[in-house]
Design a protein around this ligand. Sequence first.
Ligand code: NAD
Length: 257
Amino acid sequence: MSLKGKTALVTGSTSGIGMGIAHSLALQGANIVLNGFGDVDGAKAHIAATGAPVDYHGADMSKPAEIEAMMAFAAQRFGGVDILVNNAGIQHVANVEDFPVGRWDAIIAINLSSAFHTQRLALPGMRQRNWGRIVNIASAHGLVASAGKSAYVAAKHGIVGLTKATALETATTGITCNAICPGWVLTPLVQKQIDARAAAGNISLDQARTDLLGEKQPSLQFTTPEQLGELTLFLCSAAADNVRGVAWAVDGGWTAQ
Ligand code: NAD
């Protein structure tokens, strides 16, 4: 499979799942636009090592005007976005009555509304070319809930709904829109939860990791960013031309229970 000549924008791709997906797309030759905070130079070097053309835009996904600037940058740099992966996300854990209002707003903006903005800006070009792939990184929490994660669960259920509506609006075109719903993936986002669990229970990090998996994920194995990259490649392939509006769990059996 070659993605040479296609341009992929992956939000939140300086770390974790987003970087893994960007790497898989780069290995197939796609032009890559990275986004996110932290070690930008490290992420760029990691992708550039594949030989794929790569650039970066530092838009904050909670700010619509910055998202517009990022989409304009991708169009100007590579001629438009063919593959849009909405991946940027944050987490905060607290019960509803204790949930900081600012954290609620940030999670809805970054984990949900940003995907509306990138989609509304990417779709006109995709329609013109009659080809596009939109892959929304939802979560097992897009299908089922956990206590303490109201904003995250609401945003992830929301992005599954957005995925279905977009898939219907594009159903007769060469554009598809699908969601991937990972269970636990060992990234900085989850490491923070393991650290908190170890501190709260006064247990080792190893024990906290085992407990975290045991509670939800029957396989007792983490899903890897590479596996999610491979699934994204499948969704970009011709074999997936008629895969539309699915929420595809990669969760070690979490939501089968
Ligand atoms: P991560 O913390 O490793 O990466 C998050 C990325 O988003 C980083 O590149 C970060 O810089 C970026 N980001 C955060 N806030 C941003 C903002 N305001 N603007 C732009 N970029 C921003 O986390 P991850 O685990 O790789 O998570 C990636 C996605 O996968 C998230 O949407 C998350 O909800 C989802 N997910 C993760 C897991 C898991 O177990 N790790 C499971 C299911 C779903």
